[in-house]
Design a protein around this ligand. Structure first.
Ligand code: ADP
Length: 497
């Protein structure tokens, strides 16, 4: 009998593999970072072969770590950085261009044109999204329009498009299966989230040939099996969902009204809205939630583009940190930010502002401002951005949340979590396993093959590890928030021509 459910967590900055046992405990884990490619300001790419290589190596590494063979693995669940767009040649298996990453702003002018032509309402109604360069649609069009010969090959059926889940399933099955799941499809800006099919009108508006698109399946479903030569055995690939939807599932937010916030490269708050697709009036997105049933469930989402990435910027861009964990020590060494704010709008602002042309700023600096203040202000910006999204979500869903479940790399930072509780004036709940994205993927795969019986079994394994209770007085909170909103206003529209 198989002992483990595997999660392949293909994130923005690293690929990793985690093997979970039946209790949802981590038995082994291997992670590998890969290169971020910034060809021009505002452009972000990855090498699809590096995505594949690091995924495969982490998969083999995690199995070797505990001497697990293919027969020990009940299922593979894939979770991935969403919207990132790859086009490849069906025959050679080679990508025709680098992956255009979700953060990439190169197609902002295409989006401006769509808005000018009056498509905003249509896109919203059909896809649940707001027109933005963030989603895959205009990225696909960019590759078709700009890489020589690709459009012609696409029209003759030689090119395949996929988000990272599709690319990995295609590679793992030795090129046999070209699919995606509902959650990933719902982030392309091409998918009708109500009728559950690709929307022909949007395909025609963006001039995308339908034959390049993958088949769309539920998130918990046996899509195919690993190729013997690649994995050394035949393992069912039985789960796939975008990273944020997996985190929602991994946090056991199965009931309508349950919410989680993930602090990874970006920050993403999702609320399960059950079978009802709630349309936002406050700058949130309507998206498909991961589900173990074939009945589709929906979520409301607030997407913040830069969160943990700002800590990476402090480390790699500015060299003011040795590692991300040091940010906590430095932030605590300063009493406050000396009145300064960082708005990390490096790739524009997402929810609830949706300003493609906002850019980052550090504002309110006086002579006493130092490295610790900078680090503290950057960490605080994650909490302020989360505040803005939570408020929008409460208005849309007409509820007041009493607490917030958190996960993702940066939620390990106790300073940040306490500041978050203070700014929200809500309790912040950190689960025992903060790898909820991978856990969600493992659950989706494991549920499809009967490794776990049902949601109730999965729910019985969820544990919180630490609660952060709010401890800031109202006057201070309001003063800080006022300064934040003033800083956000200053960042807006900066890169507009
Ligand atoms: P992703 O899946 O988007 O690649 P992860 O959930 O792995 O992201 O989180 C990694 C992010 O969290 C990085 O951007 C990193 O800078 C940030 N991070 C990790 N540890 C800490 C920490 N202790 N404090 C603040 N940020 C952190």
């Amino acid at each position: 009998m198989s002992k483990y459910a595997m999660a392949l967590d293909q994130g923005t900055t690293s690929s990793r593999c985690i093997l979970f046992d039946r209790d949802g405990q981590i038995c082994s884990q291997v992670q590998e970072e890969f290169e971020q490619i910034f060809p021009r300001p505002g452009w972000v790419e990855h090498d699809p072969e590096a995505i594949w290589r690091t995924t495969l190596r982490s998969m083999k590494g995690a199995m070797a770590q505990i001497g697990a063979g293919p027969d020990d693995i009940a299922s593979i669940g894939i979770t991935n950085q969403r919207e990132t767009t790859i086009l490849w040649d069906r025959e050679t298996g080679r990508p025709v261009y680098n992956a255009i990453v979700w953060q990439c702003r190169r197609t902002a002018p295409m989006i401006d044109r769509l808005k000018e032509e009056g498509y905003t309402d249509y896109i919203r109604r059909i896809t649940g999204l707001l027109p933005d360069a963030y989603f895959s649609g205009t990225k696909i069009k960019w590759i078709l329009d700009n890489v020589t010969g690709v459009r012609q090959k696409a029209e003759s059926g030689q090119i395949l498009f996929g988000t990272v889940d599709s690319w990995l399933i295609w590679k793992l099955t030795g090129g046999r299966v070209h699919v995606t799941d509902y959650t990933n499809a719902s982030r392309t800006m091409l998918f009708d989230i109500h009728k559950l099919c690709w929307d022909k009108r949007l395909l025609s508006i963006l001039d995308i040939p339908e034959q390049i698109l993958p088949q769309v399946k539920p998130s918990s479903y046996v899509y195919g099996f690993t190729d013997q030569e690649i994995a050394g055995g035949v393992i069912p690939i039985a789960g796939a969902a975008g990273d944020q939807q997996c985190a929602l599932f991994g946090q056991c937010c199965f009931d309508p009204g349950s919410v989680k916030n993930t602090y990874g490269t970006g920050c993403f708050m999702l609320m399960n809205t059950g079978h009802h697709a709630v349309q936002s009036r406050n700058g949130l997105l309507t998206t498909i939630a991961a589900s173990d049933s074939s009945d589709v469930e929906y979520a409301l989402e607030g997407s913040v583009f830069v969160a943990g990435a700002a800590i990476q910027w402090l480390r790699d861009g500015l060299g003011v940190l040795e590692n991300s964990a040091e940010s906590e020590i430095l932030a605590r060494s300063a009493e406050d930010t000396a009145g300064a704010y960082v708005v990390p709008a490096f790739t524009g602002l997402g929810a609830p502002y949706w300003d493609q042309y906002a850019r980052g700023l550090v504002v309110g600096i006086t002579r006493g401002f130092n490295r610790a203040h900078l680090v503290r202000a950057t960490l605080e910006s994650l909490a302020y951005q989360t505040y803005d999204v939570l408020k929008a979500m409460e208005r849309d869903a007409d509820v007041t949340l009493s607490d917030l479940k958190v996960d993702g790399g940066a939620c390990a930072n106790d300073f940040l979590m306490q500041f978050q509780a203070d700014i929200l004036d809500r309790t912040v709940i950190r689960p025992a396993c903060i790898e909820t994205t991978a856990l969600g993927a493992a659950y989706l795969g494991g549920l499809a093959v009967g490794f776990w019986k049902d949601r109730d079994e999965v729910r019985s394994k969820w544990n919180s590890s630490r609660l952060f209770d709010p401890a800031m007085d109202r006057a201070k909170r309001e003063k800080l928030l006022k300064g934040w909103h003033k800083a956000v206003e200053l960042s807006r529209g900066w890169a507009e021509e």
